[in-house]
Design a protein around this ligand. Structure first.
Ligand code: ATP
Ligand code: MG
Length: 427
């Protein structure tokens, strides 16, 4: 029988890498605290309509990328391709409108999209996602963009570019759509098949096409910022000024449209020069019409999502500090089978004092246990030979200078707690 492998587009994040992910999550969580965002944990699957209505049924995500299935009760459910629609659903379902506004929420976890897997693009990937709900003004947009940059700054990333645009609102977007259609009509025959189908259904997406011919044509396309209504124009200028005021280096790009229909006004991405083709580390913007499209009263919102895989790839490419691979501070070495209980009891007491400790279960010789201790990166080795056990002592070897000291068990534990505990480690 052929061995079963993980499905295409998924990845096993193993022990040699998971600690890097943990660091990204820790940094995101501490930035969330500093910016006043509370974490929410929402379902991995939702009713399909939440996404088909929320994200828009002419988008790539809804048309081609959703993992949708009928459950045993005959309901259509979808593995979440993103978090924004779920956060909005939760805001409404729990009537968060009643409390003080805005409500600032964040979440993390796996998302699912049926895409063509390649570097930085997977079928299951993880995101951190931040949303500010209930604030219509431009300063909420500035804060969200600032928060995304702050997370990357704390992670030590460089060579990033913030790209900003406005996609208007239901008042001014139709005007722009018509201007675009008029422009593209003359070159229609040279467009790719996807863009031909976008022409009527979603012409803004033509600006995002990666096809060379289409790209050439978009170069002289009318700019969305020339079609913005008074309110959207003022909002865009305020966001730009707010970011400049924070010293952010931003690039305005009229061709930036986001893949999801719910965006209004602000749209932005942060691009990494070290990611290759999938170069967006994060994408976000304002979505004042999402709430109505999933049914119910309007709620303004702005947010962003960032892919953890792409953050980790960028950090690795840039040699950024990724935290430390966990290693036991202490390794307990024993002679002989009879001493295993003693060794486990010593490890137990060390662990309960916040000292990470490991030991051998495989009955190896003391020599190979010493070798394993050193390979594992242990700072100290506790030796429990026959003499130590019979006298109730422990020999503690300091692996960095090779010195060794024998003391009563209680004294050795106390000392190790002082010099090798987690508290000490984080200093
Ligand atoms: P792209 O244009 O690269 O497909 P997108 O616009 O579809 O991105 P969003 O929906 O804005 O992406 O998601 C926000 C972020 O999530 C992206 O900037 C990226 O970091 C990450 N991301 C999106 N899709 C994937 C994927 N299939 N695999 C890994 N990361 C992803
Ligand atoms: Mg995509």
């Amino acid at each position: 029988m052929e061995a079963i492998k993980a499905p295409r587009g998924t990845r096993d994040i193993l022990g040699g890498e998971s600690w890097k992910w943990a660091r990204v999550m820790d940094v995101a969580a501490s930035a969330a605290d500093d910016f006043g965002f509370r974490e929410v944990m929402l379902p991995i699957f939702e009713h399909t309509e939440l996404f088909s209505r929320g994200i828009g049924d002419t988008t790539d995500v809804v048309e081609k990328e959703m993992y949708t299935f009928t459950d045993r009760g005959g309901r259509s459910v979808t593995l979440r391709p993103e978090l924004t629609a779920s956060v909005m659903r939760a805001y409404r379902e729990h009537d968060m409108r009643r409390g003080p506004q805005p409500v600032k929420l964040w979440g993390r976890g796996p998302m699912f999209r049926y895409e063509r897997p390649q570097k930085g693009r997977y079928r299951q990937f993880a995101q951190i996602d931040f949303e500010t709900l209930g604030a219509p003004g431009p300063m909420a947009d500035v804060e969200i963009i600032d928060l995304s940059m702050e997370i990357y700054r704390r992670l030590g990333l460089s060579n990033l570019q913030v790209v900003l645009n406005s996609v208007g609102c239901p008042k001014c977007r139709p005007v722009y759509r018509e201007a675009l259609k008029k422009y593209f009509a003359s070159g229609f025959d040279s467009l790719c098949e996807t863009c031909k189908s976008r022409f009527d259904r979603n012409p803004l997406r033509m600006l995002d096409c990666k096809n060379d011919e289409c790209r050439k044509l978009t170069e002289n396309a009318p700019a969305v910022t020339d079609s913005l209504c008074g309110e959207c124009g003022a909002h865009f200028r305020a966001v730009t000024r707010g970011l400049e005021n924070l010293g952010a280096d931003i690039r305005l790009d009229n061709r930036l449209v986001r893949g999801l229909d719910y965006y209004t006004k602000t749209a932005y991405e942060i691009l990494s020069g070290d990611l290759g083709a999938q170069n967006a580390v994060c994408g976000g913007g304002r979505y004042d019409n999402l709430a109505e499209s999933i049914g119910g009263p309007s709620v303004p919102g702005v947010g962003f999502a960032s892919g953890i895989e792409r953050i980790v790839i960028t950090m690795e490419a840039q040699g950024a500090y990724m935290g430390r691979e966990p290693a036991p501070r202490v390794y307990v070495v024993t002679s002989g089978q009879g001493a295993e209980n003693e060794a486990l009891s010593l490890a137990h007491d060390l662990r309960s004092r916040g000292v990470s400790a490991d030991l051998d279960f495989m009955g190896r010789s003391m020599k190979s246990q010493m070798k394993i201790a050193s390979q594992a990166g242990a700072k100290f080795v506790c030796i429990l030979g026959e003499d130590e056990i019979s006298s109730g002592t422990v020999a503690v070897k300091n692996m960095s200078d090779g010195t060794q000291e024998t003391s009563p068990r209680a004294a050795a534990l106390e000392k190790l707690e002082r010099i090798a505990s987690r508290k000490e480690e984080s200093k």
